[in-house]
Design a protein around this ligand. Structure first.
Ligand code: ATP
Ligand code: LTN
Length: 326
């Protein structure tokens, strides 16, 4: 049994990229491991957020965690900001992180590109993420491909801490899906589908209405050919849609190719929309029930209590080893 930790930012509404790349694996891992799943609300304010929208995005993300199948009797579901140990170990990790390491992070480069004022928190974001993981001595971290670089830094920080202050942290590994670890934008297959994109046509939200999903998929960019063939190098757009199809239907890529051989993109896209709608409809139904039930506050209270017990013990150990008076 491993300790598992992961987080999703409340920087927008969750997309099917979040679901396929991360959330779905949370629900798989919870049966066999000690799991901690949080909404990383502190991370989400590394870019400006409107307070009312942030609050709604946090609640909606928690409700989607549960609607997607996380069982709170098995896994702790909580908010990063409800467990102050995150901010505290985050600070300590910042002191162990080198500027050069942070400067190399591609997420920082992407998110700061073209902006003339950038908060320092966007730069030190990976040190807080390392703290998130190490507080729970997690060895398995379900994430999409884009987070692998942050995970590598976390591993380096864990080793650095262990070398300087004595064996404390196990070394965490990313846990990514085989096909859906990087779902791309519907309008540009060279960019990752991202909930904070300014173009709603680029993503499918887990809460998009069926009619909206059908429209977005029918308008998704496809290359000029007509063959439904998986070839990410030469046919990135269609290959991305095929990955989504495969992940949402459990059909293999080979089966999808065989099914649409000689048929062109039209029937393929039509069916893809139905596959996505069929996957999301029951989740959306449960989501509405959870929001109406008024149970979210209680779930978060219990989750924070469980998480705090583990996190506070690690923080105390860390501070003691570093020479603080605890
Ligand atoms: P933002 O646009 O604010 O960066 P995001 O949509 O990229 O948000 P995060 O909250 O940063 O999402 O990521 C939550 C989890 O979902 C991470 O594990 C991340 O790797 C995964 N994830 C996000 N987008 C995708 C995607 N397009 N394909 C696969 N996994 C993804
Ligand atoms: N950086 C992650 C979100 C995140 C996270 C974590 C993921 C913050 N802390 C800890 C896994 C484990 C992202 O999705 N952008």
């Amino acid at each position: 049994m491993a300790n598992v930790l992961s987080g999703i930012q409340s920087s927008g509404q969750l997309t099917i990229g979040n679901y396929i790349g991360a959330l779905r694996n949370y629900t798989k891992l919870q049966h066999e491991h000690d799991c901690y799943f949080m909404v990383v609300d502190l991370h989400s304010v590394t870019l400006p957020q409107d307070p009312a929208t942030l609050r709604e995005n946090i609640e909606s993300a928690v409700a989607l965690f549960i609607a997607a199948g996380i069982d709170t009797s098995k896994a702790a579901v909580f908010l990063q900001s409800h467990v102050p140990a995150h901010a505290e170990l985050g600070w300590l990790m910042t002191t162990l992180t080198y500027m050069g390491e942070l400067e190399r992070m591609t997420q920082f480069k992407d998110k700061s590109a073209g902006k003339d004022s950038i908060g320092a928190g966007l730069f030190t974001y990976p040190s807080l993420m390392a703290a998130d993981i190490l507080l729970y001595k997690a060895t398995m971290v379900p994430v999409g491909d884009d987070q692998k670089q942050h995970l590598e830094l976390t591993r380096d920080l864990a080793n650095r801490f262990n070398n300087r202050f004595g064996e404390t942290f196990p070394i965490p590994q990313p846990y990514t899906p085989e096909v859906g670890a990087r779902i791309m934008s519907l309008d540009d297959a060279s960019k990752k589908m991202s909930k904070s994109s300014t173009n709603p046509a680029s993503f499918i939200l887990m809460l998009d209405e069926p009619a909206v999903i059908r429209k977005k998929i029918s308008r998704a960019v496809t290359d000029s050919g007509r063959e439904v063939k998986y070839d990410p190098q030469n046919k990135p757009e269609v290959s991305n849609l095929m990955s989504i199809y495969s992940e949402c239907s459990n059909m293999s890529i080979a089966d999808i190719e065989a099914k649409y051989e000689g048929q062109g993109y039209g029937p393929f896209k039509k069916d893809l929309a139905e596959v996505v709608v069929a996957l999301l409809e029951p989740i959306q139904q449960r989501y509405r029930e959870i929001r109406e039930s008024g149970e979210i506050a209680k779930i978060l209270r219990e989750g924070a209590e469980k998480a705090s017990a583990t996190a506070n013990a690690t923080l105390r150990e860390v501070k003691e080893k570093m020479g603080f008076i605890v």
